[in-house]
Design a protein around this ligand. Structure first.
Ligand SMILES: Cc1ncc(COP(=O)(O)O)c(C=O)c1O
Length: 417
């Protein structure tokens, strides 16, 4: 038997930190300084955001990219541009960040939750099909953790029922599906550049699309309802100033130079770790279908089946942390269990719909199981490390698995005390 678990006073497997995030250097400093000295700090005057939009669009094989203030607004504007009206239903997964559903409410539409697959953590097309009603107008597919959702099935459903298909690609910078970039697979793609994301400027967001009409609508919405042929003080639709700023554009341009290399490293390391960890009984790394041609590993996800593994998730996580592996159980509850949904605390939105809505009746057992019992997350910057770093993670899991019986006893004591 290997050394005592660090949780019980032994030496940890890992004492060095994993790679930090964000990564920056002289190129970022120079871009920022140039932008500062130009005196052109807003998108309408400067060149940085426009340059970034053009590069991001080209990288995605998309005709259009529109930089906005964050990845929540990009979802909301996508819905508005797509013609979503008050009370329309939009299907979303319950295993996602709050914004995927809150953006729907802020578009005055009704989020309808369809469960995810236990194995991939992504929307289950069968659950989506079952959730479609005559009021359904759109689907938001989240590429969770950076692994594209089943876009073939979701596209077929969207086509059959004439639905807008939005990709929430907030985790999926650089990911691809059947060789095509995430963000170019639906009607609209939505990205976030918030601090934790694989491509970041602290805050920021962007919309991708190949549809000229949707692009024109998004451009107008993010620019106070203006139109290209109109005057400055001429507002055609209800929009606002949702423009991405030039300092963020500058950082995104220099960060984008790194993305390809970083994504390749994350994908290589994530794939390796998934293979190694998949060998432990009761440990199930996110299933990767062949259609996922590149995973961006914003998160490395796995499930721990306590019965099969021999110790409960909370104890495994506590033991891994003590061994120097930064990890967590992820979301503790499915989105629809949040107080906001349970109490229908939607502010001024959905006033006419509240009576008919009851999120206490939403049933998404896979998402609940992942949140409450099984989910395990490791974060993206860990995967910017070396093969030796991955070996440390494998060694920590091996040690924890070897000591699972002692860990299970510890967990029982913890539960009692
Ligand atoms: C899946 C998902 N969608 C949307 C967002 C919203 O992005 P932002 O924070 O930039 O508004 C996030 C994260 O922050 C996210 O993880």
């Amino acid at each position: 038997m290997s050394q005592t678990l660090a949780l019980f006073g032994g030496a940890p497997v890992r004492t060095r930190p994993f790679p930090p995030w964000p990564v920056f250097g002289r190129a970022d400093e120079q871009r920022l300084l140039r932008t500062l000295r130009s005196g052109k700090w807003g998108k309408l005057a400067g060149t940085q955001v426009t340059e970034f939009e053009q590069r991001f669009a080209a990288m995605h094989g998309c005709k259009h990219a529109i930089g906005v203030v964050n990845g929540t607004v990009s979802l909301r504007l996508g819905l508005m541009a797509g013609g979503i009206q008050a009370g329309d239903e939009v299907i979303v997964p319950p295993y996602t960040f709050y914004a995927t559903a809150s953006a729907v409410i802020e578009a005055n539409a009704v989020p309808v939750f369809a469960d995810v697959e236990l194995e991939t953590f992504n929307l289950d097309p069968k659950a989506v099909a079952a959730a479609i009603t005559p009021r359904t107008r759109a689907i938001i597919a989240v590429h969770f953790a950076g692994q594209p959702a089943d876009m073939t099935a979701l596209r077929a459903l969207a086509k059959k029922h004439d639905l807008l298909l939005i990709e929430d690609a907030a985790h999926a910078h650089g990911a691809s599906y059947r060789g095509k970039p995430a963000g170019s697979l639906g009607d609209l793609g939505s990205f976030s550049f918030q601090s934790s994301k694989n491509l970041t400027s602290g805050e920021g967001g962007l919309i991708t699309t190949n549809d000229d009409t949707l692009a024109a609508a998004c451009r107008s919405l993010h620019n106070c309802g203006r139109i290209p042929t109109g005057a400055w003080y001429e507002h055609h639709v209800l929009g606002a100033n949702y423009r991405l700023g030039e300092f963020q554009g500058a950082v995104l341009n220099s960060q984008l130079d790194r993305l390809e290399g970083q994504t390749a490293t994350r994908d290589r390391n994530g794939l390796y770790l998934a293979r190694q960890l998949g060998a432990f009984p009761g440990l199930f790394p996110q299933h990767r279908p062949a259609a996922c041609t590149r995973h961006s590993y914003h998160l490395f996800m796995a499930r721990i089946d306590a019965g099969e593994f021999g110790a409960p998730r909370t104890a495994v996580i506590a033991a891994l942390k003590a061994e120097g592996i930064h990890c967590s159980g992820g979301y503790p509850l499915s989105l629809h269990h949040q107080p906001m949904f349970q109490k229908k605390a939607f502010g001024p939105y959905l006033a006419a719909e509240k009576k008919r809505l009851d999120y206490r009746k939403t049933h998404c057992p896979n998402s609940d199981r992942i949140c409450r019992e099984q989910g395990l997350w490791l974060e993206q910057s860990t995967f910017l490390g070396s093969r030796a770093d991955m070996e440390h993670i494998v060694a920590a899991f091996a040690k924890v698995h070897e000591h699972r019986e002692a860990l299970a006893v510890w967990a029982k004591h913890q539960a009692k005390s």
